[in-house]
Design a protein. Structure first.
Length: 78
């Protein structure tokens, strides 16, 4: 389980320039992130490093994400 400081840092990183992403990522962090396996948590943290336009394109299926992020994007889209 992540420490409180780490979760606060992730919550800050979930704040995006696009409201849709902000809401999706913050809700995911609150509801699903704690129960994820460690590799999926690591993938989510990696995902948060991506710029908004790329992340949105992946979520909308307009671009193919890197192999290492496909699983977390699928979980995020559920």
């Amino acid at each position: 389980m992540e420490g409180a400081d780490e979760l606060r840092r992730l919550r800050w990183q979930c704040r995006r320039g696009l409201l849709e992403l902000d809401l999706l990522l913050a809700r995911f962090l609150d509801r699903r992130y704690p129960a994820l396996a460690v590799p999926d948590q690591e993938a989510f943290r990696r995902l948060l490093q991506e710029p908004d336009p790329r992340l949105l394109a992946w979520l909308q299926g307009q671009e193919r994400p890197p192999e290492e992020l496909k699983n977390i994007l699928e979980i995020l889209s559920q």
